[in-house]
Structures are given as C-alpha cells and as structure tokens.
Ligand binder design. Structure first.
Ligand code: GUN
Length: 280
C-alpha cells in the first residue's frame, strides 16, 4: 500500500515559510500585494479566488479583488491590467481562468507585466522556464515538484510520464522534471499505447481532467503517482484523474484528491508573489 503524500501538510509548511519571510520583508517596509481578477460568476473560479485571498491574508500579504461582470469587454479588462501593471503596491497580478468566451485569454496573459505574472503564463516567463533561468515557476507543476521533494523521492534518471499537454500543467511539468534529469514522456489524446507507456513510468503525473482515467493496469508496481485532476465522479463526489482506490495498493507514493496537489497550487502562488515583491 502506497504512502499517501499529504498536500495539505506540505502546503501549510510552504505557507508558513512564506509568512516568516513576509515578516522579514515587513521589517524593510515591504508588504507583498496580489491583485486577483475574476470575470463572471463561474462557481469553481469563485471558490479558487476566495481560497487565494484567504491564503494572502494568512501569510500577511495585501490582496485586492477585482470582480468584473461577465459582460466586461476586452478593452475594459486590458485597461484594468494596465492600471495594475503600474500600481506600485501590487506585486502580482492573477487573472483567474477560464474567462468568458468573448474574451481573448491569450491577449490578457500577454498584457500582464512579466515581472508581476505570478502564474508564470506570460510567454517571456514560459521561455525562461524552458531555458531553466526563471523568476517564477507555474504554480501547479511547482507544487507537484515540492510534493516529490517532500517525500524524499529522487527524480534524476527516472522514467517520468506526464499525461496531458496543457500550457498550464502538462508542458511545464515535463520541463521541471527534465530540469531534474528525468527521462520524460508526455502523453496526450493521440498517444498510441498509452497504457504501456504509463505502466513503464517510475513517476506518473496525471493531468488529463478526466475522472479516474488512470486505472491500476496503467501503473507499475512501486510507481510514484501524482494526481493533478479535480473532477466529480458519477455520484458528484470530488475525485482526481487517478482511480485512487485501485491504484494506491500498487503505488509506492500517491497523492489524494482532495488534499494532494490542490493545496500546493495556492501555496506556490504565495511563494511567487513573495518573489515578485522582492523584484519590485
Ligand atoms: N484556472 C485554473 N487554474 C488556474 C491557475 O493556476 N491560474 C489562473 N489564473 N487560473 C486558473
């Protein structure tokens, strides 16, 4: 039976480190500030934004929420970002995705000053990650790496398989594993022999967005399994991309959903905002 990696505990430790560092910055007259933009009333986004604001308060940051109506125009949103780019007490800007369909996410990501881009979504930051010379790491992949480190798992030389190729998780996840000298395979919807490739992984990261997609036959005995998914199962219960009950007996380490990768994303956002405050 796998050891369960407790993301809540690791995230609390990261947030505590950030809180202590925030006290130290405070003595130098610096208080990190995060602006969170939410457009429309997507209930999941509302929960995420509330959790981000709560985490800011807990670590001692200033947080400003900009809740805009669903019918906000592209021009209005870009004008707000422009204003926040030049607002001296704001170090980080986060625009919660997804945006309503009429808005251009790419243009919004481009508009955020890269030095305030605490999501690390701007092409300039994405490029820096690619060459391994970065200020910010994308929060979810960085959170997964932190969980791997917390469990004392060695990455170097391991076969790592990432299922999912999104710009937010899959691609940067693969890059961070590569930086630690893993042999990395990215699988996606067109991958042939998905089961065989996954079953050869020493470290398997699931970021597909499909409930219980990873079944026991896709996991090698003793593999480390990290589950980025947040889905609802057929009974409406929160579940990951991994069939936890079936996979846990085979794995050496596994992250649960909830309480695994999820809490890490916000903890790493706090780390990025702290970093941004030291850059300004
Ligand atoms: N929507 C889902 N995850 C994220 C995230 O990490 N950042 C932002 N801005 N939006 C998201």
């Amino acid at each position: 039976m796998a050891t369960i990696i407790n993301g809540k505990e690791v995230a609390a430790k990261v947030r505590e480190e950030v809180r202590q560092e925030c006290v130290r910055l405070g003595e130098m007259g610096i208080t990190p500030g995060l602006a969170v933009i939410i457009v429309g009333d997507d209930p999941a986004s509302r929960v995420y934004v509330n959790n981000k604001k709560k985490a800011c308060e807990e670590v001692g940051f200033i947080s400003e929420e900009y809740a805009l109506p669903a019918e906000t125009t592209q021009e209005e949103l870009l004008a707000l970002i422009d204003r926040l780019n030049s607002k001296p007490d704001i170090d980080g800007i986060l625009c919660q995705l997804p945006l309503p369909k009429h808005l251009d996410e790419k243009a919004v990501i481009h508009a955020i000053d890269p030095s305030k881009d605490v999501d690390a979504f701007h092409p300039s930051n994405v490029g820096k990650i690619m060459i391994g010379d970065y200020d910010f790491l994308p929060c979810t992949p960085a959170g997964v790496m932190e969980l791997i480190h917390s469990a004392g798992i060695e990455v170097s030389g391991k076969n790592c398989v990432v299922i999912g190729r999104s710009n937010i998780v899959g691609k940067p996840m693969a890059m961070l594993l590569l930086h630690e000298n893993a042999t990395v395979t990215i699988c996606h919807s067109r991958t042939r022999n998905l089961k065989e490739i996954c079953a050869a992984a020493d470290i398997l990261v699931a970021a597909v967005g499909k409930p219980k997609f990873v079944t026991a036959d896709m996991v090698k005995d003793g593999a480390v399994v990290l589950d980025v998914g947040i889905n609802r199962d057929e009974n409406g219960k929160l579940c990951g991309d991994v069939d936890f009950d079936a996979v846990a007996p085979k794995a050496s380490f596994i992250t649960p959903v909830p309480g695994g990768v999820g809490p890490m994303t916000i903890a790493m956002l706090m780390k990025n905002t702290l970093k941004a405050a030291t850059l300004h």
